[in-house]
Design a protein. Structure first.
Length: 341
């Protein structure tokens, strides 16, 4: 009997458990044994596993987070760690490894494939910034949560005649801020992909207020840059070299109040955007991704990532999928600007 390992790496994301369920149920259908690798690539370094059965995944599709837990471990930083992963792959008796994660997790999976391991990738990120797939699971849940947050801020903003700045997730890509901002009726939307000055931001708000409105909503992605610089919580970096973003919302709210005289407040939705139960869309997409990943294992079509293209779930080379990020195109931001103010 073939044996497949499955791990979840990087940040947690609504829909992870649906993918795991899809992998397990499809594996049972193909008479394949499944083991869960705990805590992402950390579990591959430490041989931390759990057997996954029909009972293991019963009822998990509706649950947020991941039953396998996760980490931001990068075994490619050290040659000895890469060697350890390869050794443990054999020690566990694996025939294939399904890695569910974002750009960092899948980059590791691609490198492991180049090193000789039979890996399959499943794209996961609420930022929706992975190229090669039309969308990633978790994104739909995130934008709906963000939209509801913006909806609720409208009542406070209008009641108190305030400018409400809502800081949303999005390190390099502003898909959450764009789609949730438009759906929630934000008056200004700020993305990592587009440079907008404080003068321009304040001009939009002043024009809106002079036109009879007494409140405004500003949606800003955490990776938005002012003067070409990101606002950081500190200088520390994670295992993949990422700095910890945070604080752009506070800065913008302070500057708006200083420059316009309009009382301003900030709300940071943070991890609320990726917590809790996934939407029906993300559950269904996760299940489809999990089943497709096992189909690729059966076909021995390794080094591939499952992807959504139109209504189909297809396979694309992992290396191509992580070669560049999927960011908001300029023409889509121009469309969004129609609704500013």
């Amino acid at each position: 009997m073939a044996k497949v390992g499955v791990l979840t790496g990087g940040g947690d994301c609504p829909g992870l458990n649906a993918v795991i369920s899809g992998v397990v149920r499809s594996s049972i259908h193909h008479n394949i044994e499944v083991v869960g690798i705990m805590r992402g690539w950390a579990g591959m370094l430490e041989c931390e596993t759990v057997k996954l059965t029909r009972n293991s995944v019963s009822g998990i599709t509706c649950r947020g987070g991941t039953i396998l837990h996760t980490s931001r471990t990068n075994p490619c930083k050290k040659e000895a760690d890469m060697k350890k992963v390869i050794e443990n792959f054999t020690k566990m008796g694996l025939d294939a490894l399904i890695a569910i994660g974002g750009d960092d997790t899948l980059t590791v999976a691609s490198k492991m494939y180049d090193a000789g391991l039979n890996t399959i990738g499943v794209p996961k990120t609420i930022d929706n910034d992975l190229s090669g797939t039309d969308c990633t699971f978790g994104f739909d849940t995130a934008i709906n949560i963000a939209m509801e947050g913006i909806d609720r801020l409208h009542t406070t903003a209008e009641s108190h005649n305030r400018v409400m700045v809502v800081e949303l997730m999005g390190r390099h890509a502003g898909w959450i801020a764009l789609e949730a901002g438009l759906a929630g009726g934000a008056d200004v939307i700020l993305l990592p992909e587009v440079s907008v000055s404080m003068d321009d931001i304040c001009a939009i708000i002043k024009k809106r207020h002079s036109g009879g409105k007494s409140f405004s909503i500003v949606a800003v992605a955490e990776g938005f840059k002012l003067g070409g610089k990101e606002v950081l919580q500190g200088q520390e970096v994670d295992a993949f070299g990422h700095v910890k973003l945070g604080g752009i919302g506070n800065y913008i709210a302070t500057e708006i109040e200083k420059r316009t005289g309009f009382e301003s407040r900030v709300t940071v939705l943070g991890h609320i955007q990726r917590g809790g139960s996934p939407t029906a869309f993300d559950r269904f997409l996760g299940l489809r991704f999990g089943v497709k990943a096992v189909e690729l294992v059966v076909k021995k079509d390794f080094g591939k990532m499952v992807a959504k293209r139109g209504n189909d779930i297809v396979a694309v080379p992992i290396k191509e999928a992580v070669a560049k990020l999927s960011t908001v195109p300029p023409e889509l931001y121009e469309f969004a600007k129609i609704f500013f103010g």
